[in-house]
Design a protein around this ligand. Structure first.
Ligand code: RIB
Ligand code: CA
Length: 300
């Protein structure tokens, strides 16, 4: 059975990604590791436990990873995702649930249950944990690393040059690229082609009023207010959920093989560049059956 591991900084779009990953991957989603990024690694871990608790069929283990980048950088995005990483919706969670989660012992990354067989790693936060995860699983057991990361022909979203995950830990991203493991990038260039509108997210409640879907809807409301200011759209780009779909159904995406480089310092920190090369085991998803992606994300 193919296995999947999600490494996440558990902001608002990560929650949608984890919900959809559980929906389509089921028991093959065996591990979730948390990483600093949108919020602190402690908050990211709490959020991963919240989503697991609200999805009764979820069977993944949760381990806690790095609290800062390899170069010590640790600036978050709480102003976007909420300091709770849930768009402020943590206040709607029941006290008993939060108390149960606070009492849950979460093991560190080096206690990761690696199990047997091959695994696809889906990275939807800064890449800080990824090199270590590959070492723990064993490079020969890692089928592919799928990363929501980078901006190749589009401007960035944290600086004009860089996307947030690549900017947050470019050294780790460079190490991932040096591993020789196949990598698929799901960059901003692709994510910006998929707009999840506020009306679509609200419509989830017409067909699914489960607690986890209500949390998804609530967490997206304030988060989407930022997009009105940034992008002039009343919605959001479901970055991380697209990365999950690209890992689950890669054939649905148009991927360009090539050599990817990343800058690690200065004004262009996190800038990713692609030089097309059919021989490369690294590829950048630039398009595909986007109607399928939009329809999939429109129905919870
Ligand atoms: O640039 C978007 C990425 O940065 C997403 O993964 C979002 O959750 C943030 O981590
Ligand atoms: Ca993320």
């Amino acid at each position: 059975m193919p296995r999947y591991h999600i490494d996440t900084d558990m902001g608002v779009d990560d929650g949608l990604a984890l919900y959809n990953a559980n929906r389509v991957l089921g028991r093959s989603l065996t591990n979730v590791s948390t990483v600093w990024g949108n919020v602190t690694v402690e908050t990211a871990t709490r959020n991963a436990l919240v989503f697991r608790a609200l999805m009764p069929d979820a069977r993944f283990d949760v381990v806690a990873g790095a609290d800062r980048a390899l170069d010590g950088h640790r600036a978050g995005a709480g102003h976007v995702h909420g300091e709770d990483g849930l768009g402020g919706a943590a206040k709607t969670l029941g006290k008993r649930l939060l108390k149960r989660i606070a009492a849950t012992e979460v093991k560190p990354l080096d206690a990761l249950p690696v199990g047997q067989g091959r695994v696809t790693i889906i990275g939807i936060g800064p890449a800080t944990n990824i090199p270590y995860l590959v070492a723990r699983y064993g490079k020969k057991n890692v089928t592919r690393i799928v990363l929501m990361s980078g901006a190749f022909f589009d401007p960035g979203n944290i600086t004009p040059h860089a996307e947030f995950n690549a900017y947050s830990d470019p050294l780790a991203l460079r190490r991932v690229l040096a591993l020789g493991v196949p990598v698929t990038f799901v960059p901003l260039d692709l994510c910006r082609k998929i707009v999840l509108t506020r009306a679509t997210v609200r419509s989830y409640l017409k067909t699914n009023r489960s607690r986890v879907v209500r949390l998804l809807v609530e967490s997206h409301m304030a988060y989407m207010d930022h997009y009105i200011a940034w992008e002039g759209l009343d919605g959001c780009f479901p970055h991380d959920a697209i990365a999950v779909l690209a890992a689950w159904r890669p054939e649905r995406f148009y991927r360009v093989p090539g050599r990817v480089t990343v800058e690690t310092t200065g004004a262009r920190r996190g800038k990713t560049t692609l030089v097309p090369d059919p021989r490369s085991s690294v590829e950048v998803a630039m398009g595909g059956d986007l109607k399928w992606v939009r329809q999939f994300l429109a129905a919870p």
